[in-house]
Structure formats: structure tokens, C-alpha cells
Design a protein around this ligand. Sequence first.
Ligand code: FPP
Length: 253
Amino acid sequence: MDTYSEEPATQHRATPIDTSAGALPRHVAIIMDGNGRWAIQHGMPRVLGHRQGVKALKPLVKECARLGIEVLTVYAFSTENWSRPAAEVNTLMSLLEEFLHQETPELKTEGVRIRTIGNISDLPEPAQNALAWARQETVNETRMVLNLALNYGGRDELVRAVNRWINDPSVPQTERKLDPGTLERYLDTAGLPDPDLLIRSSGELRLSNFLLWQLAYAEIYITDTLWPDFTAKEFSQALYTYQQRARRFGGLG
Ligand code: FPP
């Protein structure tokens, strides 16, 4: 049920990226916040804000693929989101299934590989099945990764990683000393570069348990725009802002 009116497509079009203005990020992470407030502002139930939030995602995936951004990680459902009313949780799971079934074929033609982070085995079975199908369908795609954070929490990920390492029979008992490089191999994000840019919509100034290890040196772009209103044009603005930053990684640059 889509009762909202859509803006003309031209307003969503990205502005051209000036690649000479600086390197683009390899990995962009997004906290897609503000769906509920968007719905309330439009006199709709919260769940329609989430539906509109899903719509905002697709043009950004295409834009990342076009620009050669290797990974886009989106926070779709956190370990803390289970505390929301059951009807909202169920809607988010249904939207995930719908998104995967509708969009996977087109994402595949764009060369997008779908991956996940988070404790997927605790999601409802239909959502798990849809994810397994989408991951398998796109397993050979190499242009970019769309990484869905689902039932994801940074603390939960770190604890699961350490437990995986402790229980890994291939690690000799005598070598049981954890270092950052070893831990990274047990994280859900193993094999992916750390995010260079974190975008958070709706003006909130917090990490909300997102990628606590991986965001150590990410540049942060916060916008007051509510997630359903976040367009490819504003994505270009975030990328341009990133290009202007001097990254020093704790050194002197
Ligand atoms: C935060 O907005 C958003 C979420 C908790 C879920 C984000 C999920 C989507 C955009 C859709 C699902 C994604 C996929 C890939 C199918 P909020 O509800 O906390 O907003 P509020 O702070 O205004 O209440």
C-alpha cells in the first residue's frame, strides 16, 4: 500500500562525482535511521516508513556499483531491534524477504554480491531461506558487495568472533594468543576492507552498536535528512565531503 507521492526522479539523480577531488571510499557503511519519524511526519503508520526506507536503498546500491565502491554495508536490523513491537519486527522481516525476492535478479545483473553480517541463524526461517537464496544467486558476482547487517550488534559480533576462535580446533592450544589480525579473521566482516565512510541519517549522533571494531578510523557523515528522503544526490554530497577529509589514521598525514 503506497499512499505517498513520489518526487520527480530528477530530484533523486546523483550529481556527477569529481574523481579528481580525492579518492572515493572502498567501503561505505550506513545507519538508515528516521523511518519512523518520516512516517509520523507523513501521517502514516511507522511500518510504511520502513517500506519507503527500503525504496531509498536501491538507487544507492546502483550508484555504488557505478562508482566502483566495493562494499556497501547497511544496518537493516540490530540485535536491539527485537525489543520493538512484534508487528513492526514482523513487517521488517517481510520487507527483507520482499526486497530479496524482488531485487536480487536485478542486483545480480548489476554485478552485486549479497552478503550478510549478524547472527542470521536467529532470524525467522522464511527470512533465512530468502537470504540463503539471494546469497547463492549472487555468489559469483564481483563488481560490489551489498552487505546486509541483520540481527547485528557490534558487541555480539565481537563475542561470537572470540568464541569461534576459542572453539576452532585448527588453532593449536600453544598458539592461543589473540591479536588484532587474528580476531579480524573471525569477525563477520572477514575478508572485507574496513568502512572508510559512515553515513547516519536523521541527525542522531551515535554508533548504536554498529561495526564497533571496523569503524575505528571511518570518516563520519551525519545528516538531518530522514532515511526515506536520502537520495543519490545527497549520497554524492556525502562522498564529496569524504573526499575533502584528511585521513591520518593517528599519524601526521
Ligand atoms: C531505523 O529507523 C531503521 C531501522 C530500525 C530499520 C532499517 C530498515 C530498513 C530501511 C528496511 C529494511 C532493509 C532492507 C535491506 C530490506 P527508525 O524506525 O528507528 O526510525 P525513528 O528513529 O524515526 O523511529
